[in-house]
Ligand binder design. Structure first.
Ligand SMILES: Nc1ncnc2c1ncn2[C@@H]1O[C@H](COP(=O)(O)OP(=O)(O)OP(=O)(O)O)[C@@H](O)[C@H]1O
Ligand SMILES: Cc1ncsc1CCO
Ligand SMILES: [Mg+2]
Length: 263
């Protein structure tokens, strides 16, 4: 990923733009936020990956999202859906549900968002999950079957699933630190890192599933490393960024536990 330095086009919420750009840079990617409807399609055509995060949408940004998704499909750019707070709010729930038929390469969300997006229950509490990750496994498999893409559920452990083309894969990723929930936008930034890894993996001819697992491992391992040196959210955020930048692939592999739970 660092070698490819993928260009990641982010249409994301106003709360997390800064941390998302910082995280992409630290992880080895190149961020660009391009929301305007008259520019978003052109940019998605040349980007390595696109992130669509519905965390705090404006009317104009939604038009940009439609344009970016259409262009990403036309140009084969992998795009990632982050259905922030889907379930409780009708506008974003309708948008995200409609986009399931537009070929997201990956969906990245917390457990409540995956349950709600799959129509298997209500959402969480605001932007936070109130469901266990394991409860979201069946809804994630159903979303992966419907979209043909990867679905990743985050929490104390993450699960990454593929369920298309005759192959069903489920990979548990254990890493991270509870302080990741006390810094705003860690999950949102992970969505952008997922788009970055997908872009890099497509260039290298590597599987999308492995790209999504690698994104979660990189972000999680950096969280584990930051948790060793930080007592609270402020220093943790800084240490997490530094670890995203400094961790080697070997250190990431040594920090993270992967478990293949494919049926
Ligand atoms: N209790 C925990 N222990 C370890 N890691 C965690 C824990 N909870 C979340 N994480 C990690 O924090 C990161 C963000 O996941 P989270 O589920 O909080 O996303 P989210 O709720 O969608 O985030 P956001 O607040 O950005 O919308 C992931 O890397 C996840 O693995
Ligand atoms: C706090 C918050 N509100 C809308 S989006 C967002 C960022 C975390 O998802
Ligand atoms: Mg969260």
């Amino acid at each position: 990923m660092r070698g490819a330095e993928p260009l990641v086009h982010c249409l994301t919420n106003s709360v997390v733009r800064q941390i998302t750009a910082d995280v992409l840079l630290a992880a080895g990617a190149a961020p660009a936020m391009v929301d305007h409807p008259d520019e978003a399609g052109d940019f998605a055509a040349v980007a390595s990956g696109v992130l669509i995060n519905v965390g705090n949408p404006t009317t104009e940004q939604i038009e940009g999202m439609h344009a970016a998704i259409a262009s990403a499909r036309d140009h084969g750019t992998p795009w990632v859906l982050d259905p922030v707070a889907v379930g409780g709010l009708a506008l974003r729930t309708g948008l995200a549900t409609g986009w399931l038929d537009h070929g997201p390469a990956a969906i990245r969300a917390n457990a409540s968002e995956i349950v709600a997006l799959a129509g298997a229950g209500a959402g969480g509490r605001g932007v936070d999950s109130t469901h266990d990750v394991a409860v979201a496994l069946a809804p994630a498999l159903s979303l992966a079957e419907r979209t043909g893409g990867i679905v990743a559920v985050t929490g104390p452990q993450d699960i990454v699933v593929t369920n298309s083309g005759g192959s069903t894969i489920a990979t548990w990723v254990t890493s991270g630190h509870p302080l990741l929930q006390k810094v705003i936008g860690t999950g949102c930034a992970l969505g952008a890192v997922t788009a970055a890894y997908l872009g890099a993996a497509r260039t290298a001819g590597l599987p999308d599933h492995d790209a999504v697992v690698a994104a979660h491992a990189h972000v999680g391992a950096a969280g584990t490393a930051a948790g060793r040196v930080a007592a609270g959210p402020g220093l943790f955020a800084v240490a997490w960024l530094d670890a995203l930048y400094t961790l080697t692939p070997e250190e990431i592999a040594d920090t993270v536990t992967l478990l293949d739970a494919s049926p």
